[in-house]
Design a protein around this ligand. Sequence first.
Ligand code: XCC
Ligand code: SF4
Length: 630
Amino acid sequence: MKSRDKAVNQMIKAAGEREVETVWDRYQTQQPQCGFGELGVCCRNCTQGPCRINPYGDGPDHGVCGANADTIVARNLVRAIAAGAAAHSGHARHLAHALKKGLAGKAPAYGLKDEAKLRALAARVGLDPELPAEELVNKFMDMALEQFAEGEGPLKWAQSFLTGGCGETFERLGTMPTGIDNTIVEMLHRTHLGVDADPVNLLLAGVSCAIADYAGSHLATDLADIMFGTPGPVFSQANMGVMKEKSVNIALHGHNPVLSDIIVQEAREMEEEARGAGAEGINLMGVCCTGNEILMRHGVPALTHSISQEMPMLTGALDAMVVDYQCVYPSLAGVAECTGTKLITTMDMAKISGAVHLGMHEENAAEKAREIISVAIEQFRARQGRPVNIPSVSSKVVAGFSVEAIVQALSKLDAADPLKPVIDSLAAGSLQGVVLLAGCNNVKVPQDDSFLVIARELAARDVLLLATGCGAGAYARHGYLTPEATLEYAGPGLKAVLTAIGEANGLGGPLPLVLHMGSCVDNSRAVDLAVAVADKLGVDLNKLPVVASAPEFKTEKAVSIGTYAMAIGLPVHLGVVPPVLGSRLVTSVLTEGVKDLFGGYFIVETDPYKAAGAIFAAIQERRSGLGLPT
Ligand code: XCC
Ligand code: SF4
């Protein structure tokens, strides 16, 4: 089985008939994959290599320079963390520059939209929240940009948005970053030939880089909210059935709302032009995390996610796919050529040969957005008369659960103390714990299968479920972001809690089974929620019955996220085996040793049923620790 998603399976068949190669075909042609790489024992950090350590002990146990398996595995892992942190913080930096230029009058598309969020954030980072808006936003932006540079003390965005206990632990272990960029750059230095050869020292530096990743992710969420608005509940749809044969179908793919949010705004102004071309309108849809950003803020339907990103083109009805950066497969160019879709790259740092490049800059965002939409309208004209094959598969979606939206919903139960109902339910055991399901799909896992199994297994055991990234996308496409899913899969305690909140908010039924908190940088929202609960209980995050799970993770960004989740004290489940097994030392540090240092640790389990069991056991252990009924 390649995917649990019916629409995806229908398109895989279409791809086969048209001899279009997909991610699954290429995975086959890669078999067998390199065993050294899988174990993490291949080093290419200098030209004396590549060096490989024989995992069975009957070959070389050192590289040419003398690095052993522990050093090589640790070095490879922490380089991945650095790359992930670079991606998330690059996304934040990009938003910061756009807003900065907007405030200076050089980028008219950008400005301060959510003043309340700005004031709340300002208070957290130690600025006077009562300052006039213009002065405050400028001070806030100066501080935001300072996060990238090497500072004197602890990185503000890490310290201000974690519990005091986390901050102390990081200071004590020397893992608190002083800036985002210098921490990432130092990792490249450290992992160069002949620098850090101590695997534990390398792993601690990896943790530091992951904490910088958290800061960068949080900043990305914060900036997007103040520029484009903090999400609140939205009703929408997901999966390829959202395509409309008679409309101009445009998919927005990648990660950063810096362009996609403007496209959403401009598309509303260009409906007339689309109708002039004979279309019923402009139909925007999202893919991956850019999709999450515009779903959360504007209710734009989610088309598909991660490994199935090639599939919507095979409907023959996709006029344009507009991409920014991250998780965008270069293969899209080839598929687009077969199907007539215009693949449009928009970031000068992320071009794909074979795509049309319309470079977007902060100064010309609205203009570029209109140009992009016009290209799609032309393509709509050109595709008239050609058959389409749109799967009639779609699900209802309720999304938009920022922390602010969750607190707002809870305040209907207890206006004076909104978190109290959740804490009381956790204490009583009607809620057993909270699990954040995050991360990608991976071609090595039948798409969505592990996400769905784990959610059902945990919901039945009264675990509150949060989701982000392509995980949230999986739940969207399978109807798990609905009240109906709550009625079908939630255990009695969870059902009662979600129903009480839903009814207090006039929904006439429960909240969705899984709460969609946004894109992958928005894992920071889930951490904020956990921190609020921990602070209220007066315990640290590493005592809470809260677990993170990345059942089908793929990217270096996911490795970085998993590492910060561990470092702040959470048990972290990985459903794909990370390339570390070539070092017994590194493996045992990650699954055992880190527990004593940070409280968090990794659970590696590829079987989703067993994973659900292990996650639930971790919750139970935490509950016993707090003296709560299990
Ligand atoms: Fe990429 Fe964020 Fe992974 Fe999806 S979940 S495949 S990282 S788009 Ni972030
Ligand atoms: Fe080999 Fe050492 Fe060079 Fe890596 S750094 S390729 S182990 S010689």
